[in-house]
Design a protein around this ligand. Sequence first.
Ligand code: GH3
Ligand code: MG
Ligand code: MG
Ligand code: MG
Length: 305
Amino acid sequence: MPHDLKGFQGKPKLLLVDDQRINILTLHELFREECDIFMAMTGEQALEACQKSLPDLILLDVHMEGMDGHEVCRRLKKDQKTRDIPIIFVTAQGAEEDEVLGLELGAVDFIAKPINPVIVRARVHTHLTLKYQSDMLRSIALFDGLTNVANRRRFDEELERTWRRSLREKTELSIIMIDIDYFKRYNDHYGHLQGDTCLQAVAGALQVVVNRPYDLLARYGGEEFVCLLPNTHLRGAVVVAERMQAGIQALQLEHAASEIGQRVTVSIGVSTMMATAMDRPQILLETADRQLYQAKQAGRAGIRS
Ligand code: GH3
Ligand code: MG
Ligand code: MG
Ligand code: MG
């Protein structure tokens, strides 16, 4: 396997779809050592396997009884969750219309039957490498490298989306802004590396609290985090903020240079509103920021809403 593929967490996941057992067995034999193999003998099974195990690559037979490969491809491309899984069609030799249609439907490549093992291996390796690289890019684009929570870009996108939904559905949305207290002193006292470790621990504790599927925690900058809570009223957001405070307190991180109990603490500002056509979502951030400032003024380690 090319060196790049070592980057996959575990082995790359390969889904083999064919209505002929012998074809699946041949491909299985080719890749069983370097990939985790999933198998399906009908279109329906293929769709189910994709939902369950989100493969990194699919080798998809075109001609099958019932739902054929082209239809499987169409359905996978319609679903947000599966649309980015690369598909290689396996077509009968000389079936040019099949190839054209397959590529039009969004397949990345095709392989002719009867398969040539050397070519199949080379193509699968190429597409697994590309998949790995695009996963990497995606994660760099959307996540903060130090703390692994979402980054600001992802947050801003999600805020826009949630704002529009609030406008349509007339629901309230809330934002929580969290800032570590006396963090400059923390770095000065313990050093920047230890500061980084502290940021990771704080992010981890916050993420434990932010666990509903549509809620989003992001690193907003330096030692500041922000949390987006769609469809959440102020009372609910304050409860989340209180859990955050409890989670940070439970860490009991030493901070000898802090004036507050010599432990790492955070100040929190909360804001809630229903989107209006006149406003921009940034107004939520500005309000939360003002509340955060109030929390700092009031002595830190508290919540203002
Ligand atoms: P306050 O209680 O008012 O929030 O004071 P503060 O010292 O936390 O706030 P200030 O904004 O003055 O300082 C923030 C510090 O956060 C300064 C900067 O060195 C540190 N910082 C920002 N990003 C990082 C980072 O990625 N790693 C580390 N170790 N420190 C960071
Ligand atoms: Mg077939
Ligand atoms: Mg700050
Ligand atoms: Mg701070």
